[in-house]
Write a new protein. Structure first.
Length: 182
């Protein structure tokens, strides 16, 4: 996976081949294909693995929406320079996904599907507890959060702990509860 991330950083998705990844990893191309059937699945898997190593993605369950929001923000890592470069690679992957249907599918299912589901889990529990006002289209909320994070990444800034907390407190919480920012 490290070979895939290094290759992405060096040459970009479009120029990176499975053969080059295998050479960088010091293994045969067949070994790479046995584990990952496509370049798209390998590079997205590598990005997801990298993100999980920094801070595992999980839907907190503190018993309140506000507590869950705080737990989500507390789980956001501080990004070092290496992480900032990898975030730039992710931005490049999203651009490449516009041209590559396999990459787009892998990003939707693995890259964005997991954080999207974690946010939905938090919101559905809050809805069950009666903390979310009726009629809120909860399915849109993760897209808002991920979209704001992506804009931040395009601007060259990682979505750090303070930013995530601002998004959840000033956008998500008032949107779903109808209450002023917490």
């Amino acid at each position: 996976m490290r070979a895939a991330l290094e290759g992405l950083a060096d040459v970009g998705y479009d120029s990176l081949s499975m053969e080059e990844i295998a050479i960088r990893a010091g293994v045969g191309k067949g070994a790479v294909y046995r584990r990952w059937p496509s370049k798209a699945q390998l590079v997205v898997g590598a990005m997801v693995h990298w993100r999980e190593q920094i801070a595992p993605l999980a839907a907190p369950d503190t018993g309140t929406l506000l507590g869950d929001i705080e737990a989500i923000a507390d789980g956001v890592p501080d990004f070092d320079e290496t992480a900032k470069r990898r975030i730039a690679v992710l931005v490049g992957l999203v651009g490449a996904a516009a041209r590559d249907p396999q990459l787009r599918l892998a990003l939707v299912e693995e890259g964005f599907g997991r954080p999207r589901q974690a946010i939905l889990d938090v919101l559905y529990r809050a809805e069950t507890r009666g903390e979310i006002q009726p009629g809120v289209d909860i399915e849109l909320v993760p897209d808002i959060v991920l979209g704001l994070n992506f804009v931040r990444m395009v601007l060259g800034e990682p979505p750090d702990r303070a930013y995530i907390e601002r998004v959840f407190r000033n956008v998500v919480y008032p949107l779903v509860t109808g209450e002023p920012p917490a």
